[in-house]
Design a protein around this ligand. Structure first.
Ligand code: DBV
Length: 261
């Protein structure tokens, strides 16, 4: 007797396919660039791999999909992309690389957000230990030329909350762009190449990173935990995700998947 083959299980490495999703080239690039690090699946429960919802009005509902891609590698504890497509209401890629605390590495963070009010772009190599020059100076010295080059093409996004200050680098690329012209063009000509350049530098740092001793690991872990707790507590997407998918799903997603250290 032969048992029928089990249906394929959804997996965090499955490609994210979202109709009309404007950030697809960014995630495709990142997934491709990660291949040489031999990514393995990162456990994500099924309701968070893909979740459908709705926004808009009863008379005019807009379908919403939120999908997750995630992996880990020997030096990266969790690499994850939160992907939201809701037609004219929202299109988002929030992409964070969480290094293992056994390596002296920053976080990679990208928040690429399109709302009816415009695009909001945040890109950074964020420190776990901002006041520790051993942790920051090697990174910032290579990051600042990229920031100086690419921020030039993009208007500043304006002030960020002072309480967020400990979690940003001086190379924080931050802009708000209008929908349509010239925003869409700047996404192709400046935001995409900046994303590629920041990720390139990050992955170069990953290649170069050597294991740290146990005392250093404890310090890095403490810094990472502060950062992740801050991001979970202040997640600017909480309101949007709650409208789309409800409070219970959203809180589990934020604490159990997106910021889970
Ligand atoms: N932001 C997230 C996650 C998102 C997400 C997990 C799943 O951390 C989306 C989606 N960010 C998102 C949305 C908004 C923002 C705003 C939907 C708009 C919220 C709104 O206007 O209703 C950078 N993101 C922001 C803001 C900042 C950041 C400073 C503006 C906040 C405000 O105006 O109140 N997010 C912040 C940051 C990183 C990041 C520095 C890392 C690079 O990911």
């Amino acid at each position: 007797m032969t048992t029928p083959p089990a249906p394929p299980q959804p997996c965090s490495l499955d490609p994210v396919v979202l109709d009309g999703w404007r950030w697809a080239p960014f995630l495709d690039h990142a997934v491709e660039a990660l291949q040489r690090f031999h990514p393995v699946a990162y456990p994500v429960e099924e309701p968070f791999l893909r979740q459908e919802g709705a926004t808009g009005s009863k008379a005019n509902p807009v379908p919403v999909t939120t999908a997750t891609w995630a992996c880990s590698t020997d030096k990266l504890r969790q690499v994850r992309a939160a992907c939201v497509e809701a037609g004219n209401a929202a299109s988002v890629l929030n992409f964070v690389i969480n290094p293992s605390s056994g390596f002296d590495l920053p976080f990679f963070g990208a928040d690429l957000v399109t709302l009816p009010s415009g695009h909001l772009i945040a890109l950074d190599l964020q420190p776990a230990l901002k006041t520790d020059t051993q942790h920051t100076s090697r990174v910032w010295e290579r990051l600042m030329p990229l920031w100086e080059h690419w921020q030039n093409f993009l208007p500043s996004g304006g002030p960020i909350p002072t309480e967020a200050e400990p979690y940003f680098s001086p190379g924080f690329l931050w802009t708000r762009l209008p929908l349509g012209d010239p925003g869409d063009d700047l996404i192709i000509k400046a935001v995409f190449p900046a994303f590629v350049a920041y990720l390139d530098l990050y992955l170069q740092l990953v290649r170069e990173a050597d294991p740290v001793d146990d005392e250093r690991r404890q310090d890095l872990l403490a810094g990472q935990q502060r950062y992740v707790a801050y991001r979970a507590e202040k997640d600017p997407a909480r309101g949007m995700l709650t409208r789309f998918h409800g409070v219970e799903w959203t809180e589990s997603y934020i604490h159990g998947v997106l910021f889970d250290l």
